[in-house]
Write a protein that binds this ligand. Structure first.
Ligand code: BV8
Length: 260
């Protein structure tokens, strides 16, 4: 799928996007759909992608060096400051047309599961419900020793003490080397095994076990549609790449599905 070039000086209407008929037909026939999103779905909201989040003050770090329990143990103030910086970024952004298209798409199917690797809460803000958050949510903190306190959110210089037990609070996200919430992960893999169509949107597919979800769907007979402006692997049977930004491609796909 190619993006139509935008003529010079054209009004601000988004570039035309043609969606291959095969994708439209598959999306219209599907009954059980899974959408798996990564940081790219929030890029057009102005949220740096996970690998782009290492810019400015954080350019000297790698995400894998900050988003780990070892980093938090070694330098809690720096890790906490990175999360407060990312949280503050989120205060100034809003869902983009990709989030909105996914929220609308869910009502078109008898079964629709939205699985996200993101921790920005933008799917929920766009109106999606029952979002399966594999990696937690930046808006929440939790007690480091999980004493049962769930203080919601604190932005003090940090990390602040848990109000219930006095140990440290930490962001309620899954760090590298930590297990994902078992319920969320099981639900995501079950949905992938049973779906007709899986949309893999805005992810580099580097982080496991989330990266295996599209593979499980494909192995179970589903069609996998990848939405990403970057080239992805060679197309294959039941594997289609819609090359373009999610904020353009998903609304175009939604329009075509509705025309049917
Ligand atoms: C675990 C929360 C058991 C924190 C995150 C098996 C094989 C290999 C490695 C492993 C494995 N099992 C475990 C590992 C180790 C590790 C791992 O996968 N490491 C990687 C680096 C190799 N996994 C774990 O540790 C996981 N835990 O498995 O527990 C275990 C325990 C110990 C030892 C073994 C097993 C926990 C992983 C969770 C980490 N936490 N986030 C935080 O956010 O601070 S992951 C983090 O990366 C984010 O959540 C992010 O979502 C995620 C994935 O990145 P992407 O979303 O894909 O973002 P990225 O920037 O990479 O890509 C953006 C894409 O968007 C690009 O392709 C770009 O082209 C595209 N794009 C850009 N603009 C647009 C766009 N697309 C569409 N539209 C646009 N406009």
């Amino acid at each position: 799928m190619e993006m139509a070039e935008r003529e010079e000086g054209s009004e601000e209407s988004p570039p035309e996007v043609e969606i291959p008929e095969a994708v439209v037909e598959t999306a219209r026939r599907a009954r059980r759909v899974v959408a798996v999103t990564g940081a790219g779905v929030s890029a057009e909201s102005g949220v740096p992608t996970f690998r782009d989040a290492m810019t400015g003050l954080w350019a000297r770090f790698r995400a894998e060096d900050l988003a780990t329990p070892e980093a938090f143990a070694r330098d809690p103030a720096t890790v906490w400051a990175w999360y407060v910086w990312r949280r503050r970024l989120l205060e100034g952004v809003r869902p983009n047309p990709a989030h909105e298209a996914l929220a609308e798409m869910s009502s078109l199917y008898p079964e629709f599961a939205l699985v996200t690797q993101n921790v920005d809460g933008l799917h929920q803000r766009a109106g999606s419900t029952d979002v399966i958050e594999l990696h937690g949510n930046l808006a929440r903190d939790r007690c480091e020793v999980e004493c049962g306190s769930w203080p919601g959110r604190t932005d003090e210089e940090g990390p602040p003490p848990c109000p219930a037990c006095g140990r440290r609070l930490r962001p309620d996200v899954v760090w590298f080397g930590e297990l994902l919430p078992s319920g969320a992960l099981m639900t995501a893999f079950e949905a992938a095994e049973q779906c007709d169509l899986l949309l893999s949107i805005g992810t580099s597919g580097l982080v496991e076990p989330a990266a295996s979800i599209p593979r499980v769907a494909h192995a179970s007979g589903a069609t996998v549609v990848v939405v990403n402006p970057e080239p992805s692997g060679p197309p294959g049977e039941r594997m289609i790449h819609l090359r373009g930004p999610a904020g353009i491609v998903l609304p175009a796909l939604l329009t075509r599905i509705r025309e049917g």
